[in-house]
Design a protein around this ligand. Structure first.
Ligand code: BES
Ligand code: ZN
Ligand code: ZN
Length: 506
C-alpha cells in the first residue's frame, strides 16, 4: 500500500471524518451542495455519531463515493483511530484500489494529530485476523490494501510538508500493530517459545534493534531458576530475550528505559491446572511481551532519542512428569528462594528473574514491567484500564498522563506493605501465592517488588484485561496492541527528575 499526501487530483472515493461540533451543520450543507443531495435530508440522516457511516454517491459522476465517517463528540487520538479502523474493516471488500481521506476541512492546529490518527486507523482496519482460514474460491478480491493500492491524504497544499512525519508515524504504528497482532493471535501450537525467539530475532533485524537469546545453558549460568522452573513441564525450553536499542554512551543525557514483558506462550496453569472453558484464551498470556516488542519496533523505526533495554522471559506453562509442583522450592536470579504454592502464578516467577537479571546488567533510569498477570485485576477494574503499581508518584503521574493522551488508560492501585505480608513462607524466603482469594493483583505486585532492588522508578502494569479483548474487529477476543502506544508516548514525554517542573522538584 502506497501512502501519498496531496491537495489536487483527488480520488473518486473519499472518506470524510466529521466531528459532532458547531461546524457540523455548515459542513453538511457544503457536502450537500457538492453532491447534489438535499441539505435538510442529509442533516436528518447523518448525525456524526461514533461509528456512523453514510455513503453518498456523486450525482452524475461515475465511481464517485463519499463515506461520511462520524467521530462523535470526542476527538481523542484513539477515538479517531478506532472510528476510521471501523470504517475500513467494515467496508474493505467494497473499497477500490485508490481511496482518499479528505482532511481539507480540519483546523490547522488539529491537522497533524487528525492525520496520524485517521491514517493509522484506516490502515489498521485492513488487518486480517483469519491467517489460518482456507481462502474461499469465489471470494471477491480485495482491491484496497494490496501492494498496488493507494491511500491518499487530501490536505490543503501548504500543510503537506509538515504533515509528512505524522503520516510516517501512522504507517510505522500500523505496520507494527499488524505484526504484533499476528504474534499474539497465533495459536499455542505454532507460537512456541522457540517461535517467539526466532520471530524476535528476525523482527529485530528488520526494524533496527539488537536481539540476544539466552537459552537453557545461559539461564542456568545466570541462576534464572524461576524461569527454568516454569518451563520445566514443557518440551519447549524457556528462554530470555535480551533487546537493546539506542546509543550506549550516556554523554548526551539520553534516558535509559528498562522494559520487561511477560512472555508465557501458553498458560495451562501447570499442575494447578486452570478450568478448561476459557483456557484457549491463554495463548494471549504474552501480551506484556508483545507490548515491549511493539515498543522496540516503533521506537527503532522512528529513531526515538532514547536507550531501551528489554528483557522478555519466554516460557510455556505446561504439565508433564517434570513439571513444577505446588510446594516446590526453587531458587532465582536474585538469589532469593521461592516456595511455589500455586503453579498458575507463573508470571511473577518469570518476571522476577527477568527483572533481577536486567538490574544486574544495567542501571536504567526507569524500569517498567508489563504482564497479563492476574484475573484479579479484571475483577477489580474490568477492561477499561490496566492496573498501575508503583511507589513513585512522579512516575505514576507521567504514566497515567501518557495513557490518557493515547487512550490506553491506567488506574493506580495501592502498594501498602501490609498487602505483601501473606507472601511470607515457612520454608523459603517468600512464596508466590498468598493462598487467600483477595487482592491478588496487589500481592502479585508486592511479590515482584522483591526483585526490583528498590528501584526508585519502577512500575508494574497488570494488563490482563487489556491485551486480548472483545471488539468489533473479531468474533472472539483478539489482540489489542495495548501498551505499545502507551510506552512510546511515555518515553517521548518522560522527564528526568532534574527536568521536572519546580512544584514537583523544589
Ligand atoms: N495468565 C494468568 C492471568 C490472566 C487471567 C491473564 C485472565 C489474562 C486473563 C496468570 O498466570 C494466572 O493464572 N494468575 C492467577 C493467579 C492466582 C493463582 C494467584 C489468577 O489470576 O487466577
Ligand atoms: Zn497462570
Ligand atoms: Zn499466566
Amino acid at each position: 500500500m502506497l501512502v501519498k499526501l496531496l491537495d489536487k487530483k483527488v480520488p473518486d472515493t473519499l472518506i470524510l471524518p466529521l466531528t459532532q461540533d458547531e461546524q457540523l451543520p455548515s459542513r453538511l450543507a457544503d457536502i450537500a451542495a457538492r453532491t447534489g443531495v438535499d441539505a435538510e435530508t442529509l442533516k436528518n440522516d447523518f448525525k456524526a455519531d461514533p461509528k456512523e457511516i453514510l455513503t453518498l454517491y456523486g450525482a452524475g459522476v461515475p465511481g464517485r463515493r463519499i463515506y461520511l465517517c462520524g467521530l462523535g463528540k470526542k476527538d481523542g487520538f484513539q477515538d479517531i483511530c478506532q472510528n476510521l479502523r471501523s470504517l475500513t474493516s467494515r467496508f474493505k471488500k467494497k473499497l477500490p484500489a485508490k481511496v482518499g481521506i479528505d482532511l481539507r476541512h480540519i483546523e490547522p492546529e488539529k491537522l497533524q494529530r487528525m492525520s496520524e490518527a485517521a491514517l493509522c486507523g484506516t490502515l489498521m482496519g485492513l488487518y486480517d485476523i483469519g491467517k489460518f482460514r482456507t481462502p474461499a474460491a469465489e471470494q471477491h478480491p480485495i482491491e484496497f490494501g494490496n501492494a498496488k493500492s493507494e491511500l491518499q491524504l487530501v490536505l490543503p497544499g501548504k500543510y503537506i510538508k509538515e504533515t509528512e512525519p505524522a503520516a510516517i508515524r501512522a504507517q510505522v504504528f500500523a505496520d507494527a500493530y499488524s505484526e504484533i497482532f499476528d504474534l499474539l493471535n497465533a495459536p499455542g501450537n505454532i507460537k512456541t517459545p522457540e517461535y517467539v525467539c526466532d520471530w524476535t530475532e528476525k523482527t529485530g533485524k528488520l526494524w533496527g534493534f539488537s536481539v540476544k537469546v539466552l537459552q537453557t545453558d545461559n539461564l542456568k549460568t545466570q541462576k534464572m531458576e524461576a524461569l527454568l522452573a516454569v518451563g520445566k513441564g514443557s518440551p519447549h525450553a524457556p528462554a530470555l530475550l535480551w533487546l537493546e536499542y539506542g546509543p550506549k554512551s550516556r554523554k548526551n543525557k539520553i534516558p535509559v528505559f528498562g522494559l520487561v514483558g511477560k512472555g508465557v506462550t501458553f498458560d495451562t496453569g501447570g499442575v494447578s491446572l486452570k478450568p478448561s472453558n476459557n483456557m484457549h484464551l491463554m495463548k494471549s498470556d504474552m501480551g506484556g511481551a508483545a507490548a515491549v516488542l511493539g515498543a522496540f519496533m516503533t521506537a527503532a523505526k522512528l529513531r526515538l532519542p532514547v536507550r531501551m533495554i528489554g528483557a522478555i522471559p519466554v516460557a510455556e506453562n505446561m504439565i508433564d512428569g517434570n513439571a513444577l509442583k505446588p510446594g516446590d522450592v526453587i531458587g532465582s536470579c536474585a538469589g532469593k528462594t521461592i516456595e511455589v504454592t500455586d503453579t498458575d502464578a507463573e508470571g511473577r516467577l518469570i518476571l522476577a528473574d527477568a527483572l533481577a537479571y536486567l538490574l544486574k546488567q544495567e542501571t536504567p533510569d526507569v524500569l517498567i514491567d508489563l504482564a497479563t498477570l492476574t484475573g484479579s485485576i479484571i475483577r477489580a477494574i474490568g477492561t477499561q484500564a490496566a492496573g498501575l503499581f508503583t511507589n513513585s508518584d512522579a512516575l505514576a503521574e507521567q504514566l497515567a498522563q501518557a495513557g490518557m493522551n493515547c487512550g490506553e488508560r491506567l488506574w493506580r492501585m495501592p502498594m501498602w506493605d501490609e498487602y505483601g505480608s501473606d507472601l511470607k513462607s515457612d520454608v523459603a524466603d517468600l512464596r508466590n501465592f498468598t493462598g487467600k482469594p483477595m487482592a491478588e493483583s496487589i500481592s502479585a505486585a508486592k511479590f515482584i517488588e522483591h526483585f526490583t532492588n528498590n528501584h526508585p522508578n519502577w512500575a508494574h502494569l497488570d494488563i490482563a484485561g487489556m491485551a486480548f479483548a472483545d471488539s468489533e474487529f473479531a468474533q472472539g477476543k483478539s489482540a489489542t496492541g495495548y501498551g505499545v502506544r502507551l510506552l512510546i508516548n511515555f518515553m517521548e514525554n518522560w522527564l528526568l527528575p532534574d527536568q521536572l517542573p519546580s512544584e514537583t522538584n523544589p
